[in-house]
Ligand binder design. Structure first.
Ligand SMILES: O=P(O)(O)OC[C@H]1O[C@](O)(CO)[C@@H](O)[C@@H]1O
Ligand SMILES: [Fe+2]
Length: 181
């Protein structure tokens, strides 16, 4: 099976499934709940979209997902993915930044943390058991590809409960990592 990706806009062809993530879908992930509620009174902003393709054979499963994160911020905190840990503890993932700039946050949620600066061309291996979240700190789209096993599973609950160790804010127009206590 062969797919085509437009690197300028992150559109995948063919693409059997598109998952939009609106502010209402990740409202608990942002720190400033008052600002979230104020924005939601006006509009349910589209933060990012996932274009997904499952590769299945009789002996294997893999998935490819292309995510487009729109630029912007919520209470000074840059637009980001919800973030998750894989349910299976033996499942890594490879992320490839196709366009844009930002950070990939990796967190064991048990004391270890890394913030990896991202730009077009950056490829990062996410080891099993590390929660992962992508932040768009640019003024344009951030597009990345994720490749993982379909059986990996997604645990969002643990991220909602424990949170990442750092948040990424725009401070004087530049990204700053702020430790969470
Ligand atoms: O699942 P989240 O946190 O919304 O992040 C989206 C990205 O992570 C994945 O879930 C893959 O682990 C992809 O579907 C997508 O590229
Ligand atoms: Fe993942």
């Amino acid at each position: 099976m062969t797919l085509t990706l437009d690197p300028e806009n992150g559109i995948l062809d063919p693409c059997p499934q598109i998952t939009p993530r609106y502010l209402s879908d990740l409202k608990m992930m942002f720190k400033d709940q008052q600002v979230v509620d104020e924005i939601l009174k006006e509009e349910n902003r589209l933060i990012y979209e996932i274009r997904y393709y499952p590769f299945r054979t009789s002996k294997s499963d893999m998935a490819l997902a292309v995510t487009r994160i729109f630029p912007g911020s919520i209470g000074g905190e840059y637009h980001m993915t919800k973030g998750h840990k894989h349910e299976r503890d033996d499942q890594p993932e490879v992320y490839y930044c196709v366009k844009g700039e930002g950070f990939l946050l990796l967190d064991t949620l048990e004391g270890e943390f890394q913030a990896i600066p991202w730009r077009a061309g950056t490829i990062t291996h996410i080891p099993p058991m590390w929660a992962h979240r992508v932040i768009n700190t640019g003024t344009d789209l951030l597009v990345f590809i994720g490749v993982f096993h379909l059986s990996a599973g997604h645990d969002y609950e643990i991220v909602a409960q424990k949170g990442f160790s750092y948040r990424v804010y725009a401070v004087d127009g530049k990204p700053a990592l702020i430790r969470q206590t």
